[in-house]
Design a protein around this ligand. Structure first.
Ligand SMILES: [Ca+2]
Ligand SMILES: [Ca+2]
Length: 175
């Protein structure tokens, strides 16, 4: 691919991409809090949706009457119950629940902050080298692997690196 073709590809609006996060909120209030938090990450460039059929279980309060009381200083705790990971939020914790949810889920997703920009960098796949930035170093890796059957630089996960991946990169890249 020539440099000119590359630049024109960068200017094109291409395929749309979406990210899915897997969380299993329990109960109406927890579900509402998690949905609101996930909605705040979503943009036209990278819609973020929730799959609640898998992932860590999220609940307000402990699981069942035998659950240990919360340390009053903690907003949330991570426990394993019956082999399943759960994050339990302290209903009387030091943080408002919505804030505690954003904080815990940011840690789960490896987001540096609960912002759409951080989500785009982390979840779009366009940060190929994983340095927290979507920049020309990532494009260089994609170009280096162009035409190859590899997962490095394969943003749409079809096991080859081609124009579709460059278009996806161009949607996430902000010069
Ligand atoms: Ca990068
Ligand atoms: Ca691909």
């Amino acid at each position: 691919m020539t440099r000119l073709a590359l630049l024109s590809a960068l200017g094109l609006a291409g395929l749309s991409e979406a990210a899915t996060v897997k969380f299993r909120p329990q109960g109406a209030e927890m579900t509402r809090l998690v949905q609101a938090a996930v909605a705040a990450l979503s943009t036209k460039e990278l819609p973020v949706t929730m799959d609640d059929t898998a992932g860590v279980i999220l609940s307000i309060g402990g699981s069942g009457p035998s659950a240990a009381p919360f340390n009053p200083d903690v907003a949330a705790r991570v426990v394993t119950v019956n082999g399943e990971r759960r994050i339990e939020f302290n209903p009387q914790g030091p943080l408002p629940l919505a804030e505690a949810v954003r904080q815990e889920l940011a840690r789960e997703l490896g987001l540096s902050a609960w912002t759409a920009a951080a989500a785009r960098t982390r979840l779009s796949g366009a940060d190929v080298n994983g340095d927290g930035k979507i920049d020309l170093a990532d494009l260089a890796i994609i170009m280096n692997n162009y035409g190859k059957a590899t997962t490095v630089g394969d943003l749409n996960q079809d096991r080859k690196v081609d124009d579709a991946d460059i278009r996806l990169f161009s949607e996430q890249y902000r010069p």
